[in-house]
Write a protein that binds this ligand. Structure first.
Ligand code: Z5A
Length: 207
């Protein structure tokens, strides 16, 4: 019988621990017999990764909000065409580091782009494709910034001020309350093991 996978996305502000937990989710699913691919946005294909480089380039100081938004969706269109739709057709489980909720949170909440405009592009690029499940790793902004500061030099987004990330977080939390069936909000503040215990509970309920 043909397997049916799920499209899982992981979202959250800066330094919430997405990378640390994505590896855990993918490994857990594989141990439960699932055929898993891990991917990310912006990126996930050679062309979309080139667009990512432009988007994250901190020396790029002229990019206006509409260009940023359109580049996010250009990368997404390529990612969906080359990776996501084929994986769904193959019955694979997709674990994706950020997706369109990030566009609502960063370009909508952060930059102030109209949510209607984002919704138009979402429908154009995705049709009815939406994640089956979204983990929102939620963490106070100052804690996320502190965690992220221990890593490499900040990219174009990471250079933003705390107020920007407060708006991003507020937008994510609002979306989670608006779509409680799809979202699972995870308290990302405790130690990694405790965060992963919350994630594992959700995974047990869906496999
Ligand atoms: N973006 C956008 O604007 N619009 C869009 O539509 C999309 C994206 C799709 C790149 O994303 C940027 O693109 C992003 C939004 C924008 N910019 N920002 N900010 P990204 O996901 O590649 O970049 P990122 O958000 O900066 O993610 P990251 O750097 O990979 O961070 P993370 O994955 O959330 O965190 P981490 O690397 O797993 O953890 C950070 C540190 O904390 C690390 O040292 C860990 O060991 C530590 N950590 C993790 N968990 C814990 C716990 N529980 N306790 C203590 N320490 C911990």
């Amino acid at each position: 019988m043909r397997q049916i996978g799920k499209f899982i996305t992981i979202e959250g502000g800066e330094g919430v621990g997405k990378s640390s937990n994505i590896a855990f989710i993918a490994e857990w699913l594989r141990q439960h017999g699932k055929d898993v691919i891990v991917t990310r946005e912006p990126g996930g294909t050679p062309l979309a990764e080139r667009i990512r480089q432009i988007l994250l380039d901190k020396t790029e100081t002229t990019m206006c909000s509409d260009t940023e938004l359109l580049l996010m969706f250009a990368a997404r269109a390529q990612h969906i065409d080359e990776v996501i739709r084929p994986a769904i057709q193959n019955g694979q489980w997709i674990v994706c580091d950020r997706f369109t909720d990030a566009t609502y949170a960063y370009q909508g909440g952060g930059r102030g782009v109209s949510l209607e405009r984002i919704a138009l592009l979402e429908t154009w690029v995705q049709g009815n494709l939406r994640p089956d499940l979204t983990f929102l790793l939620d963490l106070p902004v100052h804690q996320g910034m502190q965690r992220a500061s221990n890593r490499s030099a900040p990219d174009r987004f990471e250079q933003e001020q705390a107020e920007f990330f407060e708006r991003v977080r507020a937008c994510y939390r609002l979306r989670a309350t608006q779509e409680p069936t799809r979202f699972r909000v995870i308290d990302a503040a405790p130690a990694l093991q405790q965060v992963q215990a919350q994630i594992e509970q959700v995974l047990h309920a869906i496999v």
